[in-house]
Design a protein around this ligand. Structure first.
Ligand code: HEC
Length: 130
């Protein structure tokens, strides 16, 4: 039971950190290996709509499908444009199409898993820095 609450508070910290949008890479503030414990896919995110695991899945997908290489570790951009405000500039549909089809220097089809694509699109659509 204790362990459950410990995990919940880690998850909460992750969610708050991810939604804070301060872009300063807040994940590592505590110096604790929280990421290892919580952001795995084992949490049974079988459609029970838990936001924390969707966010974790989205971030993981972002990191593992080369997005980070062009859009930066913290969405601040690189050879690709920054995505910190992409949710204000584009609709979910537009973001999804961009990821599926690419274009203008961005390769399409990087994310073929529907569940991961969904999580990624929802997460990006919530990035509104301005
Ligand atoms: C090879 C570099 C590269 C990779 C890898 C890449 N992108 Fe992009 N991305 C770009 C470029 C360049 C643009 C700008 C395209 C344009 O101007 O239409 C872009 C545009 C976007 C946009 C539209 C926002 C905007 O301002 O145009 C989104 C959303 C996006 N990328 C998400 C992703 C995601 C998610 C991934 C990983 C699945 C990814 N990108 C991988 C280079 C990349």
């Amino acid at each position: 039971m204790k362990k459950f609450w410990l995990l919940m508070s880690f998850a909460l910290v992750l969610v708050l950190g991810a939604c804070g949008g301060d872009g300063e890479g807040g994940e590592d503030e505590s110096g604790q290996p929280a990421d290892e414990g919580v952001t795995t896919e084992e949490g049974g995110d079988e459609g029970d709509g838990a936001d924390s695991s969707d966010t974790a899945l989205a971030e993981q997908t972002y990191e593992q499908n080369n997005c980070m290489g062009c859009h930066g570790e913290d969405l601040s951009g690189g050879s690709g444009p920054p995505l910190t405000n992409v949710g204000s500039e584009y609709s979910e549909d537009e973001i999804r199409t961009q990821i599926e089809e690419g274009g203008d220097g961005m390769p399409g089809g990087l994310v073929s898993d529907e569940e991961k694509l969904d999580a990624l699109v929802t997460w990006l659509a919530s990035q509104k820095s301005e």
